[in-house]
Design a protein around this ligand. Structure first.
Ligand code: FES
Ligand code: FES
Length: 164
């Protein structure tokens, strides 16, 4: 017998999206498989690595720990929604490139979401605050320093501090 599916409607990156999900479908699987938004990565699938981070009603959460049906009626931002409207990289994304804040890129969508949420609430974070904000996101490649540098660079650029 096939599993029952439930209708799910979510505002994703500013657009109302609809689909169906079983009661146990995670939000990350719904985003990737039902909506074909594969920018959000799947890592550990149990809330440890942060690769699946998204914004739910503006707050960073791990989408592997939320059922798709729980997100029904809510607002989600994925990494695809961080780019500028014309599809070019945001200041934060560009700063990750500039400061070499990624190597394999597996952690990058989650890191960008965590950093974006930080800069939205704190335009001038200290290094400790940056490290705290990305503390729940694991990176196997960079050693984290370049990621911290990328967030600092983005903050400077967004504040018009003359940082390159
Ligand atoms: S895949 Fe969700 S925290 Fe690792
Ligand atoms: S760049 Fe490879 S896991 Fe972070």
């Amino acid at each position: 017998m096939s599993e029952r599916r439930y209708p799910v409607a979510i505002e994703v990156n500013g657009v109302r999206r609809e689909g169906t999900a079983t009661a146990r479908t995670s939000l990350v699987d719904f985003l990737r498989e039902e909506l074909r938004l594969t920018g959000t990565h799947v890592g550990c699938e149990h809330g440890i690595c942060g690769a699946c981070s998204i914004l739910l009603d503006g707050d960073p959460v791990r989408s592997c720990l939320i059922f798709a049906v729980q997100a029904d009626g809510h607002r989600v931002t994925t990494v695809e929604g961080l780019a500028r409207p014309d599809g070019s990289l945001s200041v934060l994304q560009d700063s990750f490139c500039e400061a070499h804040g990624l190597q394999c890129g597996y952690c990058t969508p989650g890191m960008l979401i965590a950093a974006h949420a930080l800069l939205a609430r704190n335009a001038r974070p200290s290094e400790d605050e940056i490290r705290d904000a990305i503390g729940g996101n694991l990176c196997r490649c960079t050693g984290y320093q370049q990621i911290v540098d990328a967030v600092k660079l983005a903050a400077g650029r967004l504040n018009g501090d003359g940082a390159k």
